[in-house]
Design a binder for this molecule. Structure first.
Ligand SMILES: Nc1ncnc2c1ncn2CCCCCNC(=O)c1cc(-c2ccc(F)cc2)cc(O)c1O
Ligand SMILES: [Mg+2]
Length: 214
């Protein structure tokens, strides 16, 4: 019955995780994807770095680009205080459908708005349609060739303020070289690299944190 890998991941979570327990959802996705089928969740090694950056930023308004199955949405939202707003943009409707069910199972759906569509269309709508003033934290994990243009679009739409944190996954594998060159050399960001490993593999990967100077 489960035709796609993403549906098989959802099925495994529904069967094995504890409803309303975000950590058990995270642990079971990691278990399935390390033992059965690899998938492009940020994973636990990079996930711990993500947790730490979120905790130190203590954000109130968060945007994620690239929801996939909702693994990083669950990771981030389990750390957030009540009343914060988390928007996540997913291009692929099948991914978005699985993500909503996983986020709901984790008990976090009322913190999360899954926005279906392209970041290029949705980012310019955040201020007027979604009543966003500025973003405290952005997790970038979608098409790697959209990292740089979408970061520039966030600037253009005045969604970043002094201290806004942009955290990007996969800056080594698959890599986002134009994004790295941009944030490190344009003079608008203070950048930190966090070396880690590709999810469920021994290959090197890294996260890049770029703090907007305002
Ligand atoms: N709102 C939006 N706008 C535009 N595109 C959008 C979108 N929302 C979604 N997408 C469409 C992106 C879907 C996937 C993005 N992520 C990736 O492509 C990705 C690939 C790997 C990988 C590594 C080694 C390998 F050998 C193979 C694959 C690892 C990762 O952690 C990745 O995040
Ligand atoms: Mg990724």
């Amino acid at each position: 019955l489960c035709q796609t890998k993403e549906q098989r991941i959802l099925d495994f979570v529904l069967k094995n995780a504890v409803r309303g327990d975000p950590q058990s959802v995270i642990d079971n996705i990691d278990k399935y994807c390390s033992q059965r089928e690899w998938s492009m969740n940020v994973g636990n090694e990079k996930g711990i770095i993500l947790d730490n950056v979120v905790k130190e930023s203590n954000p109130s308004t968060i945007l994620e680009l690239g929801t996939y199955c909702g693994y990083s949405a669950v990771r981030i939202c389990r750390l957030l205080k009540p009343g914060v707003r988390f928007f996540t943009v997913e291009f692929n409707p099948a991914y978005a459908a699985v993500a909503k069910q996983i986020i709901e199972f984790a008990g976090l759906i009322d913190k999360v708005q899954v926005l279906e569509g392209s970041t290029g269309d949705i980012i310019p709508q955040l201020k007027k349609k979604y009543e966003v003033d500025t973003l405290d934290f952005v997790f970038v994990d979608h098409w790697k060739d959209k990292y740089k243009p979408d970061t520039q679009l966030l600037e253009k739409c005045n969604l970043l303020r002094k201290g806004s944190v942009v955290l990007a996954d996969n800056v080594i594998v698959p890599g986002a070289p134009d994004f790295l060159e941009y944030v490190r050399n344009c003079g608008k960001y203070d950048c930190t690299n966090f070396p880690s490993f590709l999810e469920y593999m021994d290959e090197k990967d890294a996260l890049e944190k770029a703090v907007f100077r305002g």
